[in-house]
Design a protein around this ligand. Structure first.
Ligand code: ADP
Ligand code: MG
Length: 375
């Protein structure tokens, strides 16, 4: 016997009955369309049977309990969620197993990432908020090397503004790196970070020099490692060096254009970055690469593999998504090609692929003030 309730109370009204009727029809059609069905042969030919709805609680949120057909597992429903949800008039569905044969399917009405995420103080640094509204935070020392990709105006720089605004408040962090745009590091001009940074394209060689300086610091630190230690503790005296490579492909393009017989500045910069990625972690150095697309000409497979924090803001195609997040559901990857600015996918060790929204600290003006006030 099916039991239909509204907000956990039994209902008898007509409107409720009509809604339940619509949900039953929509569920059957959506499952058929998504091929979440078992096919059986009958005298009149093959028939498809979707998972049976055994309970409906009208919401919001509307919650369905479905009995899986033989051979189905909850993961099948999760995998087909992006295909089923739109036909249930929902933005998405959340699927939780109940025992082995049932799933609880919650219809999510709106994209939970539609609203702005403010930059709030708290433990460590805030990287973003996930679809359940939970803050994604990390201690700076726990940050791995990171690669962030996304088309123009997808939210890479704004995410970086938030990250740097939080990091500069710490006396055990130094912001180093290369900023060919000149915008990211401009507010750092009169700060202790400035000597580790290169800005703009007026002096192209400055970028190689800045990176060489970090590599030298890395070599010194590794040499000073005590015999019984394989990683350095980060302290104000020996701060975490966060090496930000803003618009890294743009920098490489300029360097490669300056290549001549016997001189290859692009190759030298790639080699320096490659060393920082391979050896920097144990010496308190983290690299954050920003690119429109994390393609092989920018970061080789070996370098990409060293970046265990991977973030994709809106990308131009499913294949771009696959570059950083192999095995992503094609429906999720396709949907991500139209993501709002600030909405991104994140892969990191020990976590499933997370869709999140980056914190927004305001416009460029607020960023400049945040850096100047903290320094
Ligand atoms: N997290 C966010 N929340 C709200 N709006 C954002 C967010 N990130 C970006 N935007 C909007 O998108 C615009 C472009 O973002 P930006 O970071 O400059 O893109 P990119 O560096 O990828 O080219 C910003 O000016 C802002 O209006
Ligand atoms: Mg940018």
């Amino acid at each position: 016997m099916s039991l239909f309730t509204r907000n956990r109370r039994p209902f008898r009204d007509r409107e409720g009955e009509a809604m339940v009727e619509q949900l039953l029809i929509a569920w059957t059609r959506a499952c058929e369309g998504a091929e979440l069905v078992r096919t059986v042969d009958t005298v009149t030919g093959p028939t498809v049977i979707p998972p049976k709805l055994v309970d409906i609680t009208l919401g919001p949120p509307t919650v369905l309990i479905a009995e899986l057909q033989p051979g189905m597992i909850p993961a099948d429903v999760v995998a087909l969620g992006p295909r089923i949800a739109p036909h249930m008039n929902a933005y998405g569905i959340r699927v939780e197993p109940i025992g082995h044969r049932h799933v609880r399917v919650t219809l999510i009405a709106d994209d939970p990432l539609d609203t702005l995420v403010e930059l709030r103080a708290g433990r460590g640094v805030l990287l973003g908020a996930d679809e359940a509204g939970a803050a994604i935070r990390t201690e700076p020392a726990d940050l791995p090397h990171a690669i962030v990709q996304g088309t123009t105006r997808s939210g890479k720089s704004v995410w970086t503004y938030s990250l740097l605004a939080q990091l500069v408040a710490r006396d055990d962090v130094l912001i180093a790196g290369c900023d060919p745009t000149g915008l990211l590091f401009r507010p750092f001009a009169a700060t202790r970070h400035n000597e580790w940074q290169s800005s703009g394209l007026a002096d192209v060689d400055a970028h190689e020099k800045a990176l060489r300086r970090v590599v030298e610091a890395m070599d010194d630190r590794i040499r000073e490692l005590p015999d019984d230690r394989d990683t350095l503790d980060v302290t104000p005296a020996r701060p975490l060096l966060v090496v930000v490579l803003e618009e890294y492909p743009g920098l490489l393009r300029v360097l490669d254009a300056g290549k001549s017989r016997g001189d290859d500045p692009g190759a030298r910069v790639r080699a320096l970055v490659s060393r920082l990625l391979a050896e920097g972690h144990k010496a308190g150095i983290r690299v954050v690469i920003l690119a429109q697309r994390a393609e092989a000409s920018v970061v080789g497979a070996l370098e990409r593999a060293q970046c265990s924090l991977r973030i994709s803001f809106r990308v131009d195609s499913r294949t771009s998504c696959e570059l950083l997040h192999p095995g992503t559901d094609p429906a999720i990857a396709d949907a991500h090609t139209t993501a709002l600015p600030g909405v991104a996918l994140m892969s990191r060790p020990g976590h499933n692929l997370t869709r999140f929204r980056a914190p927004f600290l305001g416009g460029y003006r607020e960023y400049v003030h945040a850096i100047r006030d903290a320094s």
